[in-house]
Design a protein around this ligand. Structure first.
Ligand code: PMP
Length: 331
């Protein structure tokens, strides 16, 4: 019989798929690392397992304990999966820009969700960072993975994502492109690829317009899961050879194209990373370029946002908003 003993055993080993249409005939290969095929639906499944197991080993997390974490959703799903398997309780703290769909997913896995305002600085008592700190103090047996400062976050990518990409491309990868949230993905994967290629592989960060990684101050943008208003310690400032800044409008446009032209239903941060990868391919104009771009999560958590014409129109991304056809139009 061929079966997994637990869902957690299926984390990682995601496929690489060639992008054929959204590249607009740019020379070279653009390969997508499809992280939404992880069992919890995102790249964050990789770090959840590693962070929890390290905390158990160090004694920070004890049997029956509670995992408390500020998360935009994906890390929460990964942690909730691990928590179920191992019998922990979860409380997640989300900024209010995170869609209701995503919060409901966390609740469906049995977690408690606390929502905080997005438009306050990190040091404000109502910020999602401050609220999660308070919950840790007040909850017995609480442990905060702190994905923004946990070395096991980049380490999970150094150990798994990097080697997978290297092996899948037979060492022919020339560029790795990813969005930066905590920076775990790009720092861990990037460090591995730099080491194994003697510095040959170029690491390219994709960043929303306004975020600190591309020189902004953290001005609010609408793409979720990427960009920051502070510098997390999980981000290695020496790893990126280059950062490509992408607007919300371009990110969302590409996110919709990915679904319609490549049949890949992805989230806005994946669309953003693909914009950067395609720009890079066009600019390099090198038929031997092998660009790997990481797609962090799937699009089902964004149906009422990027895939909704009314929402897009309200935010000025679709002009004029296309009207829906009624039965009358068809007669
Ligand atoms: N995209 C999405 C949807 C995410 O949730 C995250 C994680 N915050 C990222 C991209 C960025 O990944 P990382 O934190 O590893 O930089």
């Amino acid at each position: 019989m061929d079966y997994a003993n637990a869902l957690l055993d299926l984390v990682g080993d995601t496929p690489l798929v060639k992008l054929r249409r959204v590249t607009d005939d740019a020379p070279g290969l653009v390969l997508a690392k499809v992280e939404y095929l992880n069992p919890g639906g995102s790249v964050k499944d990789r770090i959840a397992t590693r962070m929890v197991e390290a905390a158990e080993a160090s004694g920070e997390l004890r049997p029956g304990g509670t995992i408390v974490e500020p998360t935009s959703g994906n890390t929460g799903v990964g942690l909730a999966m691990v928590a179920q398997e191992k019998g922990y309780h979860c409380i997640f703290v989300c900024p209010d820009k995170v869609s209701e769909d995503k919060r409901n997913v966390l609740r469906a896995y049995g977690a408690e969700v606390v929502v905080c305002p997005t438009a306050v600085p990190p040091e404000h008592p109502d910020s999602y960072y401050s609220v999660s700190d308070r919950l840790v103090e007040e909850t017995e047996g609480a442990w905060k993975p702190n994905q923004y400062a946990n070395v096991n976050n980049p380490e999970a990518h150094y150990e798994t994502t990097g080697p997978e990409v290297w092996k899948q491309t037979d060492g022919r990868i020339t560029h790795f492109v990813a969005g930066i949230g905590t920076g775990g993905t790009i720092s861990g994967t990037g460090r591995y690829l730099k080491e194994v290629s003697d510095g040959r592989v170029q690491i390219v960060g994709a960043d929303p317009h306004g975020s600190v990684y591309s020189g902004g101050t953290g001005r609010p943008y609408l793409v979720e899961g990427v960009g920051e208003d502070f510098w997390p310690t999980t981000y290695d400032r020496d790893i990126c050879d280059r950062i490509i800044e992408v607007s919300d409008g371009d990110s969302f446009d590409m996110t919709r194209r990915m679904a319609r032209e490549e049949a890949m239903l992805v989230g806005g941060s994946a669309g953003m990373a693909v914009v950067a990868a395609v720009r890079l391919a066009q600019e390099l104009a090198d038929p031997d370029a092998v660009i790997v771009v990481l797609l962090p999560d799937g699009g089902r958590g964004y149906l009422t946002k990027v895939f909704d014409d009314t929402w897009m129109g309200q935010h000025g991304f679709l002009a004029p908003p296309p009207g829906e056809r009624t039965v009358g139009d068809l007669l």
